[in-house]
Design a protein around this ligand. Structure first.
Ligand SMILES: Cc1cc2nc3c(=O)[nH]c(=O)nc-3n(C[C@H](O)[C@H](O)[C@H](O)COP(=O)(O)O)c2cc1C
Length: 329
């Protein structure tokens, strides 16, 4: 049984990766329904939280049904991160996660996200302060290192454990790689081979099928996996992997009815959470993904992403159900 603090996460938990503008409550709702064992919010700026910026504060929204859920923060100032941690704790998540992996310039080049991998002493000191500031379990998400020749992930994991983190998720790329090349999970084996390390280690990077999940589970000795991009428009991936682990057989791909039902649930939640106008706007980026591969879908997509009322989007979805009734995925 994998545990983070008192949270019991099953034998081999599948985690939904934190993803900016993606892993919001509506998306988490459909991932939860489809087998995600632990989910995280997108990263939230510590400075934004402290300033009480509405956009950052809204990202703290979590709902009872989705527990266990973690809230992720990022920043480069120890004091701000400590204050932000206290604000996060007041929102009552099950876990506080620290982002030490974001590679984009505006974050990493200021020393936040993956930028802190250039100063591991600061990374350890910041983590220690955050652990002291809250009573909930603290976890970390990071990358292998800043660049190929500065990878010190075995040492980093152990030192972060020693200052109190209770699990680590490792995206098996360096900051330099951004999202290019293949994730190199062999480093996860090295992290797990450290006899002093006892916290759960979750592997992340490029898991996009049940077969790959099984291959990597068997090969790299991790305690669970975190899945990001493959879940976008395809939340079924979590249950598909679980089913494959349990039976060695692949579940059939979701049919049109399931796709429409999940799209609708996602839409309904967006509208309830953000109001009709904003909810419809934020949902627009998801349609292509839910209906990927369907021939001649463009006109339907075009209508969905220009529709301005909830009724209109639903009418297009009804039309899709009718036109593609016999389509097989
Ligand atoms: C659109 C997008 C947004 C992301 N936002 C975050 C984030 O807010 N916090 C974070 O730790 N990682 C973020 N990531 C990185 C993912 O959590 C994950 O580490 C990465 O996508 C590799 O996993 P995958 O191959 O399963 O997608 C983001 C990735 C994508 C594609």
């Amino acid at each position: 049984m994998v545990k983070i603090g008192n949270l019991e996460l099953g034998e081999f938990p599948l985690l939904l990766a934190p993803m900016e503008d993606v892993s919001d409550p509506p998306f988490r709702a459909v991932c939860k329904e489809n087998g995600a064992d632990l989910m995280y919010t997108e990263f939230i700026s510590s400075e934004g939280l402290i300033r009480d910026a509405a956009k950052s504060i809204q990202k703290l929204d979590i709902f009872e049904y989705e527990r266990p859920v973690g809230i992720q923060i990022f920043g480069n100032e120890i004091q701000s991160m400590r204050e932000a941690a206290a604000i996060v704790e007041a929102a009552r998540p099950d876990i506080l996660d620290i982002n030490y992996g974001c590679p984009v310039n505006k974050v990493a080049c200021k020393g936040a996200g993956a930028g802190i991998l250039l100063d591991i002493d600061k990374m350890v000191a910041m983590t220690a302060e955050i652990v002291k500031a809250v009573n909930i379990p603290v976890t970390v998400k990071t990358r292998l290192g800043w660049s190929q020749d500065t990878i010190r992930i075995v040492e980093v994991a152990e030192r972060l454990q020693d200052v109190g983190i209770q699990a680590i998720s490792i995206h098996a790329r360096t900051r330099q790689q951004m999202y290019k090349g293949e994730a190199d999970w062999s480093y996860l084996n090295l992290v797990k081979a450290n006899p002093r390390l006892h916290i759960p280690v979750f592997g992340n990077g490029d898991i996009d099928s049940p077969e790959k999940a099984k291959e990597y589970r068997d090969k790299y000795n991790v305690d669970g996996m975190m899945i990001g991009r493959a879940s976008i428009g395809y939340p079924w991936i979590f249950n598909e992997i679980k089913h494959y682990f349990a039976t060695g057989e692949k579940l059939a791909a979701p049919d049109l009815e399931q796709r429409i039902r999940v799209t609708k649930k996602h839409l309904d939640f967006s509208v309830q959470w953000k109001g009709e106008k904003q909810g419809i706007l934020e949902m627009r980026r998801h349609y292509t993904n839910y209906f990927r591969g369907m021939p001649n879908f463009k006109p339907f997509r075009a209508e969905m992403v220009t529709a301005e009322t909830y009724q209109h989007v639903c009418a297009v979805l009804d039309q899709v159900a009718e036109v593609y009734a016999d389509y097989e995925f």
